[in-house]
Design a protein around this ligand. Structure first.
Ligand SMILES: C[S@@+](CC[C@H](N)C(=O)[O-])C[C@H]1O[C@@H](n2cnc3c(N)ncnc32)[C@H](O)[C@@H]1O
Length: 218
């Protein structure tokens, strides 16, 4: 007999304080609190910043970003799913697969100039097979890095979600393009989840031409 902690027929009810807070405070998702915590500690977003956000649906981060950059800033959201946009003048949405060959070209038509920060909360649909999920997460991270290489200002920052497992190659590639790379697990990120975030500061222009193979040769 399998030993299941809950007898058959019982409703398993988990009280997620972040979910309740998101509902009470009007955020589109509990994920907002992950970015809020990172922002409170590291102040990566400033008034007037221009930002690209990858994996933006349903929009919890979008609201936090808009609050931080204010009316002088600009935000370009990207997701493969359609997005309901909060009302804001400095906000654009591009529906695109960030792994797609045409994603950078699509972005180039709407991004008016280089941006200060690139954020990616993009995540694969999980299969439960941790090695597979980690490899697919790393693939999304490399796409985010490629987009950073195209659109980030010198000195700009990248914040990217990654699943533990196959991440070392990606971390090494980031070290080849940024001055500092830090691993962050916000309190709102569920402990049992293999996700965490990499915050990379100080984009170096030499990183634009680099490719991941060269980065990993050091
Ligand atoms: C965890 S959700 C993001 C939550 C969001 N940051 C928020 O605060 O509400 C991950 C998102 O990544 C998107 N995504 C996954 N793979 C993608 C891809 N290849 N291209 C674009 N978006 C992708 C999914 O559609 C999903 O909306």
């Amino acid at each position: 007999m399998p030993t299941h902690p809950y007898p058959a027929g019982d409703v398993v009810y988990t009280k997620d304080p972040y979910q309740k807070r998101a509902k009470a405070e009007g955020y589109a998702s509990r994920a907002a609190y992950k970015l809020k915590e990172i922002q409170q500690k590291y102040r990566i977003l400033r008034p007037g910043h221009w930002v690209i956000e990858l994996g933006s649906v349903p929009g919890g981060w979008t609201e936090v970003i808009l609050q931080a950059i204010g009316s002088r800033g600009g935000l370009i959201c990207v997701d493969q799913q359609p997005m309901r946009l909060p009302p804001s003048s400095g906000l654009l949405f591009v529906q695109a697969d960030i792994l797609g060959a045409d994603c950078i070209d699509k972005l180039a038509t709407v991004v008016p100039h280089q941006v200060d920060v690139l954020l990616s909360d993009a995540a694969p649909a999980t299969s439960g097979i941790s090695i597979r999920d980690s490899a697919r997460s790393a693939e999304l991270c490399f796409a985010a890095l490629e987009i950073s290489r195209t659109f980030l200002k010198p000195g700009g920052a990248l914040l990217v979600k990654i699943f533990a497992g196959y991440e070392q190659v990606f971390i090494d590639a980031c070290k080849g393009c940024f001055q500092k790379v830090r691993r962050i697990k916000p309190a709102a990120s569920k402990k049992r989840s293999r996700e965490y975030y990499l915050l990379c500061w100080g984009f170096e222009v030499a990183g634009r031409a680099a490719n991941s193979k060269e980065d990993n040769s050091n």
